[in-house]
Design a protein. Structure first.
Length: 215
């Protein structure tokens, strides 16, 4: 039986859209220079931790502007995103179909607090029956993923061709890689092995011939 390894950001959840809306809301709450400071702190954290970390960004924002009257509102703008509204069309139906073909798991990049909360709130923890793994750099944890979900064949679905190439390099013919060309990484060039399958939207997995999943 195959195991489907699904990415989250820009694969199941339109994270570019989430970020645009958070940006717009913060701009409506605080002055332009403070809003822009928020995003420079976000980048600073990302550079230091190597991963996006909103809780840490919020902590640093609060420290930078201890007298900002809208701090709690900024927290809410980031922490209370209704992620289920940002699922790509038919994302949950796709997961249901994949369950008829094998086991489904989410393997996502992110911090250990915000990202699991996002996944749960989007309805993806339920849809994947609790099969959720979050790493700061998931490409370094493939062996762990294999131990947790042993299978003869893996299908990795992701918007980042570079991550698919890493999986292909490690697993070779034991993996089918599917590139979902959604979000701002969709056109990023990748010198590694090309994806086995390319689709324009996650909903295309509803009609993909099961033989295309390989294995
Ligand atoms: Mg992604």
């Amino acid at each position: 039986m195959a195991v489907f390894l699904l990415d989250v950001d820009n694969t199941l959840v339109d994270n570019d859209h989430v970020k645009r809306d958070i940006r717009r809301e913060i701009e409506s709450l605080v002055s332009a220079d403070r809003a822009s400071r928020f995003w420079s702190l976000y980048e600073e954290v990302r550079e230091q931790a190597g991963v996006v970390d909103f809780p840490e960004t919020l902590r640093r924002f609060r420290r930078a502007f201890p007298n900002e009257p809208r701090t709690e509102d900024v927290d809410r703008a980031v922490l209370d995103v209704p992620f289920a509204r940002y699922l790509y069309p038919r994302a949950i139906d796709v997961i249901a179909r994949l369950w008829t073909l094998g086991e489904v798991a989410i393997v996502s990049d992110g911090d250990r607090i915000y990202q699991p909360a996002k996944i749960a709130r989007a309805g993806l923890l339920l849809a994947t029956r609790g099969n959720v793994l979050v790493y700061e750099h998931k490409e370094d944890h493939l062996a762990e993923v294999e131990r947790r979900f042993p299978a003869r064949h893996y299908v990795h679905v992701d918007d980042k061709a570079s991550l698919l190439a890493r999986t292909k390099a490690a697993l070779g013919a034991r993996a089918t890689t599917i590139h979902v060309r959604q979000g701002h990484y969709a056109t990023e060039p990748e010198p590694g092995p090309p994806p086995d399958v390319g689709i324009d939207r996650i909903a295309d997995l509803l009609t993909l011939d099961p033989r295309q999943f390989g294995g």
